[in-house]
Design a protein around this ligand. Structure first.
Ligand code: SF4
Ligand code: SF4
Length: 359
């Protein structure tokens, strides 16, 4: 969906053939490049949600006011048109897709690769074979406080424990960093997979969830510990931790390629990506995977999966950078694509993003 730049390492000091000389690296490169054909767009399935969270970007901006389209034929037509313009991967998202399973099914029938972002309160029928990302914002007492949802983790595990589609996405906020230990332990005990997200403030949000440099530093430390302690449960890499807890956001580190920040209509996401609202309209000026998020604070896992993976060319300058990039892409595919299995990380330590410091 996201990887556009071609390997031009021969223009740098290292030849690309040198970068992939190690058989493990070459094998990983061959594994991930089979997915370079993926092209994503995202779709708001409803304007309703069955819970209400502090710091939700869906209920910022205009998109929340779009009327829902409940016509399965209209969605089928849209999916066919999307396929015709080259889209191969759909992300069904905000507000809450599990409220319209029949529309999700129509999308799946037309576009077999994709992912659903849900709060996990309701089970999505098993015949809808997309990846399912279940949002977790802390332990159950924090969820009750921040999301107004009782026993949420318990319900999420009840709905998705052992489900091969499911990846639990733990969003680190300023206030829940330490809770990630108990949540990961509990998910591991129920055969659930988990990946990590970093809270990225909606435009204008100055509330208690917003990160500081200190909370980002602690978040990185906990992410790293959990990755080491639960390697079979945690889908992540040291470079993911660096990219998502750096004092600079993703745009400053890597240049965001979504239309909202990228004026190019010729190549990459700037050309192909659309963010459809619940009424099936879209607006290029605000289109990205996390609309109405503050770009300067954007460290969102969904954004990184496009923005970091698209920057292959910047990561071919040395072995550590290239291996770290491969680990990032391998993680992204394991989190987003059904049937893709994560390999062992190739770079065990943290590498700095190209042209930047480590923190
Ligand atoms: S579950 Fe998601 S869409 Fe619903 S209020 Fe919370 S953050 Fe927003
Ligand atoms: S919020 Fe993130 S993904 Fe969206 S345009 Fe800004 S930097 Fe890019």
């Amino acid at each position: 969906m996201r990887i556009r730049e071609m390997a031009r390492a021969d223009e740098k000091k290292l030849k690309f053939s040198e970068l992939i000389a190690d058989p493990a690296v070459r094998e990983r490169w061959e594994k991930v490049r089979r997915y370079f054909y993926l092209r994503e767009s995202t779709y708001d399935m409803t304007n309703r949600c069955n819970i209400r969270c502090d710091g939700c970007y869906y209920y910022e901006g205009e998109k929340q006011f779009a009327a829902e389209n409940h016509d399965p034929d209209a969605w089928r037509r849209l999916m066919r048109e999307e396929k015709a313009r080259g889209i191969t991967f759909v992300v069904l998202a905000g507000a809450e897709p599990s409220l319209v399973p029949e529309i999700c099914r129509v999308c799946f029938e037309e576009m077999p690769l994709g992912c659903i972002a849900t709060n996990g309160f309701r089970q999505i029928p098993g015949d809808i074979g997309y990846k399912i990302h279940i949002s977790v914002w802390g332990n159950d007492s924090t969820s009750l406080r921040i999301r107004n949802a009782k026993n949420l983790l318990q319900k999420q595990i009840g709905n998705y424990g052992g489900d091969a589609r499911a990846v639990f996405v733990y969003t680190f906020t300023r206030g829940n960093i330490g809770e990630a230990y108990e949540v990961t332990e509990s998910l591991a005990a129920h055969r659930c997979m988990i990946t990590f997200n970093t809270f990225s403030a909606p435009v204008g949000y100055q509330g208690i969830l917003r990160h500081t440099e200190e909370s980002l530093r602690k978040t990185r430390q906990v992410m790293t510990e959990l990755l080491q302690k639960f390697p079979e449960t945690v889908l992540f890499s040291p470079y993911n931790a660096v990219a998502h807890t750096h004092r600079l956001g993703l745009h400053d580190l890597f240049s965001c390629s979504y239309p909202r920040m990228n004026p190019s209509t010729e190549i990459g996401l700037g050309r192909s990506f659309r963010q459809y609202r619940a009424d099936l309209t879209w607006d290029r000026d605000v289109a990205c995977c996390v609309p109405d998020t503050d770009c300067a604070d954007c460290r969102h896992y969904a954004a990184g999966s496009a923005v970091v993976t698209a920057r292959l060319y910047r990561h071919v300058k040395d072995h550590d950078a290239f291996r770290s990039w491969l680990d990032y892409v391998d993680t992204y595919l394991a989190v987003w694509v059904m049937g893709y299995g994560k390999g062992k990380n190739l770079c065990a330590h943290m590498a700095a993003p190209p042209e930047h410091d480590l923190v």
